[in-house]
Design a protein. Sequence first.
Length: 507
Amino acid sequence: MHYFSIMKIFTSAQIKECDEQTIKVSGIRSIDLMERAANKCADWLKANFPKDTLFIILCGPGNNGGDGLAIARMLHLRSYGVKAFLLNTGSELSTDCAANLQKLRQLNEQLVTVVEPETFLSDLPPHVVIIDAILGTGLSRPASGWVAAFIERINKMPNRKLAIDIPSGLAADIVGDRDAVILKVQDTLSFQFYKRSFLHPETAPAAGNIHVLDIRLDKAFIETAHTNYRTLDQETVRSIYRPRDKFSHKGTHGSVLICGGAHGKTGAVVLASKAAMRSGAGLVTALVPESGYQILQSSVPEVMCLTSGREAVEAIQHWEKYTALGIGPGLGTSSESVRALSEFLEDCVSPVVLDADALNIIGRHSELLAKLPKNSILTPHPKEFGRLFGENTNSMIQVDNARIHAMRYNINIVLKGHHTAIINAEGECWYNMTGNAGMATGGAGDVLTGMITGLLAQGYEPQAAAMLGVYLHGVAGDIAAQELSQEAMIAGDIIDHLGKAFISLAQ
């Protein structure tokens, strides 16, 4: 299973600056860089579509349209059937767009047609592939008027659609107006970088599958330019991962305490405990109500079991005996659990992993936020995050809000989702790229809690434990989905495939 290499996520303004720096340092013209990008797109299209494919390329007046016109020329030279349609929006053509229009016309006048205002395409055969190069990343406001109506007509067509760099109407750096008109595609060929809007549920579906094309932008700029956002990739995870020392023993791999499992929720602790073991922890103990004792002992014989109270965990004593603690799976929010967690946080000075009901308790008792041990790891899903830190209008603002609170409380936040965001105490954010929709199943979060706690126990720094845990959790889910399907996958399947996930790091 292949995962792409590391990428910083830049704003559209930074990408434009990177383009300009590349032109300056390389001593090339902007149209040469456009030619390079268009060649990459044409190569990708050639590799993914048979020779008898017919393409229609929709072009706007800016540089995105220039890309489209250049791609039309290159596809024609590669013997594909292609026709470009240049929308007359009333705006003057950019210099490079005008130059590529001239080149295309010189090659063959029939390859391009200007579409006049209030005119629409119709009766396209369904096998024709539509390529969108209308608006690009220079979009400063939502599409409107005829252009918006044109896009809506294209959206209604059954044809397969692709976008060059970004779908028309989609903002790169924000989640825009929910009513904004966006050309919805199955694939987007993005130049050099992911855009943040490709990673959030409100906007990502419009972009379809993302294919990042390396157009050799200036490496020095990419390495030195600051951004708080990155994608989490295999290369980064491999730099974090530490293979086991052949002379080690169970005592050198840390001891975990998983605390939770109120009556009727013992399964959450079973999953978290088993995941901690499968993540490499040397010793794991589960602290549960008396009602969970037999379940734990019979379900996970490798895990030791302590009991406390009848209905909820009443005390977390001798926490200093353990190298890592995971608190919350199935904990419940009774007054006993609230008191126990509050007293624990008063005393604890080591980073702790908090999930599920531990987060719900803190959400109801916000004064506990100030008591969190430095570098603790919180793993909320979006609703739990809202209870902790307030509601947000969209998921991108929620990630930015998570950055603020991670810095304020000196903690790590793992904001769960399709692209789980791992945010450290400095406000740096990594979007995870592994995992799939089959992992949207009860107990998957408990598995992640156990994994991160197990890695923390082995001496990984909290941020590293969170990054490695989230990445491997997703890889295990991907392997499970391949073998079982997304629909049939359950949380225990993620645990069962952790071994193969670890093996993938060595391949």
